[in-house]
Design a binder for this molecule. Sequence first.
Ligand code: ACO
Length: 325
Amino acid sequence: MIARVIGTGSYLPEKVLSNFDLEKMVETNNEWIIARTGIEERRIAADNESTSDMATKAAQRALEMAGVSAEEVDMIVMGTITGDHPWPATACIVQANLGAKNAYAYDVSAACSGFLYALSAASDYLTSGRGKKALVIGAEAMSRIVDWTDRNTCVLFGDGAGAILLEAQEGEFGVLSCHLYSDGNYFDLLYQPGFGTKVPASIAGIEEKLPYLKMQGNEVFKIAVRSLTAVSKEALKANGMTSEDVTWFVPHQANLRILEAVTKRLKLVDEQCFINVNKYGNTSGATIPVALDEINRQGRFNEGDLILMAAFGGGFTWGSSIIRW
Ligand code: ACO
């Protein structure tokens, strides 16, 4: 039994925030942002739009593509660090929105690696024979946890959602492997200090901007390049493949310089690496499923294509997966 992708969907909010818009908000400029990150613009959720709204639309599109009704879904697992509420899981709200009354639903908190962590859980569930269909979602409203006065971070992130529908099938097309890692020793290089049980809500905490994302970007950068390269090589080795076998490298889209460094170290050519960070910035757990849906809807996947995915994010968490399309 193998978990095969039978539908993809994505949703990006309408509002575009360009680098030129950011020039009016913080001390930055278009040239700096493009040179250091490759990002030209990002999408921002409307005031009345939350993570569950975006996730629901992406999931509906994946179901429509597959011609599958919401009642047929057995499991919904969603990577997000920007849920509608601290709890319950936003995946439960999505389950209700979809009318997926037969599915159990939960969130995975693994920051930018959230989609791959969720994919691994869904693949294990389906290959165990316990269910037939699973929705795997990555959805984030990063704009709600970004400090819009901090030029070090606010230029990097965006909002969006992507989803894939997996089905348990016989055969050799589907999720071939998942390799996942964590190292909590680095948790405070990239995190949201408040408000949880360690730093409960307070007026003073708001004034200190504790509910906003904090990142030591250059430290994260170095470890991200090393980890993404190593975990991608591990995936290739585990499947008896080399870089030449990869049809598409679909990495987490955080920063063009990270992607270029990893692509080079893996000896992949530019044509193998899919890039859309220029349009959407870093949408954390949403980047990989959004990219998969873009490639799919452009008709650029062929049956049997080998897709290598890799992600790195807060926790630290990182991982890779290979799908035979
Ligand atoms: N505009 C202009 N100048 C800026 C800006 C800005 N938006 N941001 C920072 N600078 C300045 C800094 O203040 C610093 O100035 P100084 O030398 O006078 O102090 C200078 O630019 C260089 O800063 P660095 O942080 O060293 O710049 P770097 O080249 O490392 O680029 C960046 C910063 C883009 C954040 C990079 O480190 C990066 O991409 N890191 C990885 C981020 C990432 O991948 N996160 C992944 C996971 S995210 C998640 O899990 C949710």
